[in-house]
Design a protein around this ligand. Sequence first.
Ligand code: DGJ
Length: 350
Amino acid sequence: MIPLRRTMKTVLLRRLFRVALLFSVAVGPVAAAPGVAPRQSIVPGAIWPDDRGHHIQAHGGGILKLGDTYYWFGEDRGGEVTSKKPLERKVACYASKDLMNWELRNQVIRTGPPEPEIGSPFVFERPKVYHNAKTGKFVMYVHLDDKSYRLARVAVYVSDTVDGDYTFVRSFRPLGLESRDIGQFVDDDGSAYLIFESRPSKGFYIAKLSDDYLDVVEQTCFIKSPLEGGALVKYDGLYYMIGSWMTGWKPNNNQYATATSLAGPWSAFKDIAPKEKKTYGSQSTLMLKVVGSKKTSVIFMGDIWRPGNHQDGRYLWMPIEIGNGRLWLPEPREWTIDVATGETSFIERR
Ligand code: DGJ
């Protein structure tokens, strides 16, 4: 006879296994943990497990490519208590060679308010990392604010290695201006820019970084349109800028404009997707250009915020239709990418 305790344990284990199985079917194939097949696709809006099987924590993120490796930095909201502003802020760094399977490298920042006047809780959003070829340093910009978003500053952090611990340098208002949402852009000639929204001017700026990237030194352009979540890409000789209206955590119809020069003039802004779809519930954070042997693809990276439980925020990554002055975000669906060729394709499941 099988002892009762063992039978109950078996039943419990089976139930757990069934729940895990149901969960993995619901979220698609699990990331490449040891012994697990690598993920072959991106499912916009789904739970996106990292190499440990945990939902990726890189909200409001940015990407840096070094050699054949992509590094994804973003707000790590893991373990936050629902609807309470956290006292500690974290930035996570993930690495991938195929953009589908991501390995957690490090919580590169874990911090309380870096300066006493910030107070606690505080705001620490949209981290973006640049690599400075001259100094060899990795430089992070992040939107630093008090809990009421009144300070409107950037904080700068540095590290000697891409996924090492980042050290606080200082915080300031770029060009002396209020700065909230930030975005990053590196042009073909290697010049690095910070994009920042500035409410008093009812628009946003593209501004050049200093040679060592530790300062914001020159206004390249001011775009008088009250947009945030700025994301910029250069494609086929034309600059495309995406931004979202300012509706807090709620989604809206993100916009795009084009220009032949970063300094402008910029075209009028237009919807990137059907207006009523509100960017399919997401908000822009970056456009990632993947230059392959056969094709150059541009990926829209957006956040689907869950402000009541930030750690459950999702990612809407989709290849966009772009060219000849037109940009369009197609209806989200499962897709895959070959980073070597740059080709993307949609996956039909029946
Ligand atoms: C919209 C911004 O894009 C987010 O990063 C965040 O600051 C929210 N507003 C806060 O309401």
